[in-house]
Design a protein around this ligand. Structure first.
Ligand code: BGC
Length: 488
């Protein structure tokens, strides 16, 4: 449960501390926490179908239509930025419950909207919740995960995002004949209510958070319930040692007057020890979006229409894309703790670069629609089998525990800003330089990202936070006090 759950730092051996029953319990907790990911996917996905009917009801012009979609992304930037401080202050469990309440409020306002402005208010509130959930879920998952299955549990976030997107498309399909856009939004209230209930009655607080906030006995009881007393004592001792070492380092960085681990978070992100994690986190956050994924996820039906395929069933094509996205995420979950994060991101970026280049070529030279669709599917599969899920996994792993919430928060905010920028720029850019040429820009970004990752991203699988920090430092050529075990 406390991150670094294997007894020997750096061992990749079997996880003996958590009995199968304990593992099942942790997996159920992870599924409940990842409801935040489901809502992220659902609320970003549902609007594409709902908008078809909202624009008629409220007589929206094209700017207003675009703003109903993108205002959520702006809310998400703010939500992600604030989430780190909040979950550091009130704890991960209560933060998740509070986010669930915000989801319910946003959903209620969007459903009840009698015009454009009220709808915008509902969407911005939903955005706050989506952003806060996206920054909190990886941290919380990471902190309840034993090292050996940490990757798998962290990828559950992306799995739930993709399920959320797919369910949104299916809900759109189900309500499209009756044109009930309010009902489309309303479905989101169900997982939000479940998330609130899980936070109240089912989920444990993160042991890492409890320890760093002086509630060691509660943390020990939680771990002992999953393992045994001796293991709990050992893990607690190690976690305290880690926190003390980080605080000592922090005092060294800032002087003794403000040494609180929680308060120093944001400033600590800029210290030389944490900077490599920040550079990697922010770059991957931007790359995950600037590789162009949401131009396909958000605009797939439009792109498909342009290839000359029958447009009447555009929502059906979205469902197909959503299903590939989900299936390949399942593959990634199986691979992440075996193959490792680094190789998965590298293969993913290489395949994304090639497939989106070919997709661009298909547009430029006017290839037939089946080939175009094939390149699009390969591109989605390449993303969903690597960069998509592994970005969220890495976000829960690369920052040292005392700044994990803030680090994740800042990187998630960058992810939303990049999402907003790419979504906004795509259509005008395609109109100005051509659709295919725009895809070539995304291909170029994937190539650059490939070189960045191969130079700066170490493997994190099976490693303790200290080892990850040392491995990052060695990749950035920083002198580090500790020597990483097999730092690659
Ligand atoms: C990204 C989203 C994207 C989704 C697609 C997520 O990891 O952050 O922007 O829509 O993957 O599955």
């Amino acid at each position: 449960m406390v991150q670094g759950f294997s007894r020997e730092p750096g061992t990749h051996g079997p996880l003996t501390e958590v009995a199968p029953e304990g593992r099942r319990k942790i997996t159920r907790w992870a599924a409940a926490i990842a409801l935040g990911g489901f809502l992220f996917g659902f609320d970003t996905g549902v609007v594409s179908g709902a908008l078809l009917y909202i624009k008629q009801d409220f007589d929206l012009n094209s700017f207003e239509q675009g703003s109903v979609v993108s205002i959520l992304l702006i809310g998400a930037v703010v939500g992600a930025t604030s989430a780190g401080r909040i979950s550091e202050k009130i704890g991960r469990r209560r933060a998740l419950g509070a986010i669930g309440v915000v989801f319910i409020i946003g959903t209620a306002i969007a459903c009840a909207a009698n015009g454009y402005l009220v709808l915008m208010a509902g969407r911005v509130i939903l955005g706050l919740a989506v952003g806060a959930a996206s920054a909190t879920v990886p941290v919380y998952l990471s902190e309840i995960s034993p090292t050996k299955i940490r990757g798998r549990l962290l990828t559950m976030n992306q799995l739930m995002i993709t399920i959320g997107i797919l369910v949104a498309y299916l809900v759109n399909l189900a309500f499209s004949s009756s044109e009930m856009w309010r009902a489309m939004f309303a479905v989101g209230a169900v997982p939000a209510a479940l998330m609130v209930a899980a936070s109240l009655w089912f989920l444990p607080e993160s042991p890492q958070w409890l320890i760093s906030h002086g509630q060691v006995d509660r943390a020990r009881r939680g771990i002992a319930a999953l393992t045994d007393e001796a293991t709990a004592d050992e893990l607690i001792a190690r976690a305290r040692h880690r926190i003390d070492a980080e605080r000592a380092k922090e005092r060294g960085d800032k002087g003794p007057r403000d040494s609180g681990a929680a308060d120093g978070g944001i400033r600590r992100l800029l210290t030389p020890d944490v900077r490599p994690a920040l550079v990697v986190g922010l770059t991957l956050a931007a790359v995950q979006q600037c590789g162009g994924i949401n131009t396909i996820i958000y605009y797939a039906p439009t792109i498909i229409q342009q290839t000359g395929l029958n447009a009447s069933n555009s929502i059906f094509y979205s469902v197909f894309i959503g299903a590939i996205n989900l299936l390949m995420t399942l593959v990634a979950i199986r691979l992440v703790d075996r193959a490792g994060r680094r190789i998965m991101v590298l293969v993913s970026l290489a395949l994304m670069a090639v497939s989106i280049f070919l997709l661009g070529l298909a547009f430029v030279v006017g290839m037939n629609s089946v080939l175009t669709l094939l390149f699009m599917v390969i591109y989605i599969a390449a993303y969903a089998g690597g960069l998509g899920p592994v970005f969220w996994t890495l976000l829960g792993e690369i920052f040292p525990p005392s700044v994990r919430a803030e680090g994740s928060s800042v990187a998630t905010a960058v992810n939303w800003v990049a999402n907003f920028a790419v979504s906004l720029a795509f259509l005008p850019l395609a109109a100005a330089i051509g659709q295919g040429e725009t895809f070539w820009i995304f291909a170029g970004i994937c190539v650059l990202a490939f070189f960045f990752v191969s130079r700066y991203l170490p493997e994190t699988r099976g490693r303790d936070p200290e080892q990850i920090e040392a491995a990052l430092a060695s990749r950035f050529g920083h002198p580090s006090g500790r020597q990483p075990t097999k730092a690659v």
